[in-house]
Design a protein around this ligand. Structure first.
Ligand code: HEM
Length: 419
């Protein structure tokens, strides 16, 4: 990469259409063609600097340097983090709220999440014997029940169905506009109403003191006051929704176990480390969050360029996970690369980079890896084949599913049994 020259400006006025058409590969492709880790252009008519790679991650995530406010399209914010959430906070307000999320991620709670997920998966898998299952459709219920139980909430069947529909719609429609987006906004309103009721009841009647819900309902912000009911409800959804989103990575894991079976070691040494390595390689290789946006709070200079207050930057997470200088043969699915040495935290950034406590790096990263490691083991122990189908992942959908939803034909537990 050329580290001497300032970042080039793309010819042409605005590249929104190319970005929507090319999706995840838009930034990386141009960086490779121009032999650079950054370039300037306009997206949605707004000037922006697009960056990728571990050095850019270090600069982007210096504490206090960037804010998320005004950095992502309103349509994305409304369905994902929303007003008053930890992601919209900066400085001490952010640090105090973030500490609450990080405190939830104890080893005991991570083990508990794996245990609950295993129970839910095994209960669902009992009805899969001898059937062809569309994993995309099957994971929503499993993950919603896991998320609700992990947070300490009831799992009445009608609640599970409603929450599964709402939470899945928020994830699926975050990167789209039009009818699917509007439907998800309506479902989000319904979900927030439900979550506010949960918070009010928890504060009025009390809940198990060790539960995630109890920590959330009782949390005091930097000003010493409890979060408002509306903000606590938003944060409850910020736990439930991404746990459901892990289901998409689990579908990608099944996809990888089939499509990349040629590069998986036939006999995995010690299955837990290999399951974890597969989980990390899925997080590196598969498309989820394409980019993260930030606006400059504290001006800085980097590689001869001055970044002024308010400037808009987009950090290419997908492209950093495939940066050719850090990841040899980045297009190949090679789980062993995570067994050989510790991954650089600035190179493996599917869930953001920088410090967990002082920046916006995802506090759910350990939980994601724990659930995916468990799911990888369960998938590898299940006997299934892959019927004829379209396994393509359309890279202009944010985020995509495998085109036919990843169908698997599960072998019957007793010979001859069928659906
Ligand atoms: C599918 C798996 C997941 C992906 C791809 C993902 C991705 C991300 C990304 C890209 C960010 C933004 C980082 C930034 O702004 O710099 C983020 C933030 C966040 N994630 Fe995750 N995440 C996942 C799972 C989880 C889980 C399981 C939880 C909690 C249970 C969670 C809770 C959060 C929260 C609360 C934030 C805001 C943090 C802050 O602003 O400081 N995520 N996540």
């Amino acid at each position: 990469m050329n580290r001497e020259e300032p970042f080039p400006t793309l010819p042409g006025y605005d590249h929104t259409m190319a970005f929507l058409r090319e999706g995840y590969v838009f930034v990386g492709r141009r960086c490779s063609d121009l032999r650079t880790d950054g370039f300037r252009t306009r997206l949605m008519l707004r000037p922006v600097t697009c960056l990728r790679g571990p050095e850019a991650v270090r600069e982007f995530y210096r504490p206090g340097r960037m804010t998320r406010q005004g950095a992502m399209p309103g349509s994305v914010v409304a369905l994902l983090q929303d007003k008053g959430s930890v992601q919209t906070l900066d400085g001490t307000a952010h640090a105090v709220r973030k500490a609450m999320f990080l405190d939830l991620m104890t080893q005991d709670r991570l083990d508990e999440a794996r245990r609950i997920f295993r129970e839910e998966w095994e209960a669902a898998a009992r009805s899969w014997q001898g059937c062809t299952v569309v994993l995309r459709d099957a994971v929503g219920g499993i993950m919603t029940r896991t998320a609700l139980r992990w947070c300490g909430l009831d799992v009445a069947p009608e609640d599970v169905a409603a929450r599964a529909t709402e939470l899945s719609a928020m994830i699926g429609a975050a990167g789209s506009l039009g009818p699917a987006h509007l439907r998800a906004r309506v479902l989000r309103i319904r979900s927030e109403r439900w979550a506010r009721g949960v918070i009010r009841r928890a504060r009025r009647e009390g809940v198990s003191p060790d539960s995630v819900l109890s920590r959330l309902a009782a949390h005091r912000d930097a000003d010493g006051r409890q979060m408002s009911v509306a903000v606590a409800a938003v944060e409850l959804l910020n736990l439930l929704r991404p746990i459901v989103a892990v289901g998409r990575f689990i579908v990608f894991t099944a996809h990888a176990l089939h499509v990349h079976r040629g590069t998986l070691p036939a006999s995995a040494p010690g299955t837990e480390p290999m399951n974890r390595a597969i989980a990390d390689e899925v997080r590196r290789h598969y498309p989820f969050f394409p980019l993260i946006g930030g606006c400059v709070l504290d001006p800085f200079d980097w590689r001869g360029v001055h970044f002024a207050k308010g400037e808009w930057l987009l950090l290419d997470l997908y492209g950093t996970n495939r940066h050719p200088e850090v990841w040899p043969s980045p297009e190949r699915f090679l789980p062993e690369r995570h067994l050989q040495s510790e991954d650089q935290p600035e190179a493996l950034v599917p869930q953001g980079g920088g410090s967990y406590a002082q920046n916006h790096r995802c506090p759910g990263e350990w939980l994601t890896v724990a659930l995916m490691t468990e799911a990888t083991g369960l998938l590898r122990n299940l006997s299934w084949e892959v019927p004829e189908q379209d396994l393509d992942l359309p890279l202009h959908d944010f985020p995509p599913w495998p085109s036919d939803g990843m169908k698997i034909a599960v072998a019957p537990s007793t010979p001859g049994a069928s659906c």
